[in-house]
Design a protein around this ligand. Structure first.
Ligand code: ZN
Length: 504
């Protein structure tokens, strides 16, 4: 082993920053439809020297000699190196799957469309029967990729186990997130159980209003996009006003997003643009992309505000922090707190009254649908975490061949019929579901804190912006659980969440 072939941690961090920038920009170009072919593998090959076992050992050595914040910084650099070693071995396989999905087409009523357009179309079809039919076509076309998805999961899992030295995927994720996934799951189930009655009442009301009397006892998940868009209220929440209303909403909190050059807005409509809004923080705080594709409906507003929370977090990090604490986290649980708190503004009746000229009664009613959607998604994710814990606990034996209780758990939790063939497509790597769920608990705590400190008008007060700005400055360094203690809560205290989901 030659000493010249590896970098010190400081050199490594600088080169990693360039690498992340290039990969993020490539991912962005494909995601927004500017490029038709994903070429991540070429970038990974160019930075191959970053991701060698030799480099991993060198970082591990520096880490074991470090203490305090420096040790944490080195831990995250080592984890980035581990994940790069894994990615470099499966990038070509990942690109192939991504490109095959981009090429896939479905034919609906004589019209051929990309698979991704089909899922976007589900949100805007007004006929229940049409959504059922297109949903069935979409699920069948997507399920055709399950063998490749499974191969990829298995390859990734084998490599993750190897580079980390931890063969158990649940234990490996618990170590990295520094929490117990099973304790988290227990707290989540209790919160879901405590709000079941409220959820059922909301569901009966809003299924009737949004899906109509022709719906089945258990409507399929083909209708979820349509529900989330609250399509029947489209004339209120128009495509055209979305960006302006959301910018005014963030301005009221003290953030003028049009005056923050680091945040690059992409709100254009392109056929191959992924309809799911996202933020790509290529180099925080300097380069942060906020990407949305408006389709009209309340979900546009919610998605924009959600992503605005991420964008303001990344664009608001202290530029003097080391790169690692500006851009790399152990998981996604921290930044999702900030996206959730911005999205939570849409659950305030006053927001609906102020921006859409609604009567108080109408504003209450429209805010109630956002509570219903929130409860639906919360229950879906809590069920997903339970399924994923089972899936990964048995992965060594089953190799991901069985959908297990995916459909049963999700269907029981939501009252929406899930198709077991979705069991692989509906799973993000690394227990992302657990990160979302921690953010659900934490953002409810944060809202309770803001109500106490700022008052009921927290959602339109620049004082909220000041408090958030202080948190954003800390970058990606704190854990979600550390934020709980700043707010004066225990990490698994779900009382504020239960209160938020019990409004009915
Ligand atoms: Zn998010």
């Amino acid at each position: 082993m030659s000493a010249t072939s590896t970098r010190t941690a400081a050199e490594y961090e600088a080169r990693l920053q360039q690498y992340v920038f290039e990969r993020s920009e490539e991912g962005r170009a494909v995601r927004v439809g500017e490029k038709e072919v994903s070429e991540q593998a070429a970038i990974i090959a160019r930075y191959g020297d970053l991701f060698t076992r030799e480099q991993l050992e060198a970082l591990r050595d520096e880490e074991s000699a470090a203490a305090g914040d420096d040790r944490e910084r080195l831990y995250r650099l080592r984890k980035a190196c581990e994940s790069g070693v894994v990615s470099s071995e499966i990038a070509a396989q990942e690109d192939a799957l991504e490109n095959a999905i981009l090429d896939a087409r479905v034919t609906f009523r004589g019209e051929e469309m990309p698979l991704r357009t089909a899922s976007a179309r589900l949100a805007v079809l007004d006929s229940y029967a049409d959504r059922e039919e297109l949903g069935q076509l979409e699920r069948t076309a997507s399920a055709a990729f399950n063998p490749q998805r499974r191969d990829l999961l298995e390859a990734r899992e084998r490599l993750d186990a190897d580079v980390s030295g931890e063969p158990d995927p649940v234990a490996r994720n618990e170590e990295e997130k520094a929490i117990s996934l099973r304790e988290l799951e227990r707290a989540l189930v209790a919160a879901a159980d405590a709000t079941s009655g409220a959820y059922e009442r909301l569901r009966d009301t809003w299924f009737e209003r949004l899906l109509g009397p022709e719906r089945e006892e258990l409507p399929s998940n083909a209708h979820v996009h349509y529900l989330r868009r609250v399509s029947p209220l489209e004339s209120t929440y128009t495509k055209e006003r979305g960006v302006d209303v959301c910018l005014a909403t963030t301005l009221a909190l003290g953030f003028d997003m049009t005056a923050i050059p680091n945040i690059r807005l992409d709100v254009e409509d392109r056929p191959q643009k992924n309809p799911r809004a996202c933020v790509i923080a290529s180099n925080p705080p300097e380069v942060v992309h906020l990407i949305t594709r408006a389709q009209g409906g309340l979900s546009d507003y919610q998605a924009f505000l959600h992503e605005a929370g991420h964008a303001l977090h990344y664009a608001g990090v202290d530029p003097r922090l080391p790169y690692t604490f500006r851009a790399i986290s152990r998981d996604h649980a921290l930044t999702e707190i900030y996206s959730y708190i911005f999205e939570a503004v849409t659950r305030e009746p006053g927001w609906h009254a102020q921006y859409f000229g609604l009567s108080d009664a109408q504003a209450e009613e429209n805010a109630q649908v956002t509570v219903f959607l929130e409860a639906l998604l919360y229950r879906r994710y809590a069920a997903k975490l339970r399924y994923e814990l089972g899936f990964w606990s048995s992965f060594a034996a089953e190799k991901g061949t069985s959908p297990r209780d995916y459909a049963t758990l999700l269907t029981e939790a939501t009252g929406i019929r899930y198709d077991e063939r979705n069991y692989l497509a509906d799973m993000d790597a690394g227990f992302y579901s657990a990160d979302y769920l921690r953010a659900w608990i934490r953002s409810a705590q944060l809202r309770a804190y803001l109500v106490r400190e700022v008052g009921e008008n927290w959602w339109r007060s620049p004082q909220t912006g000041d408090l958030l700005r202080e948190l954003f400055r800390e970058g990606t360094k704190p854990t979600s659980e550390e934020i709980a203690s700043r707010l004066g809560f225990e990490p698994l205290d779900t009382a504020p969440l239960v209160a938020d989901l019990s409004v009915s």
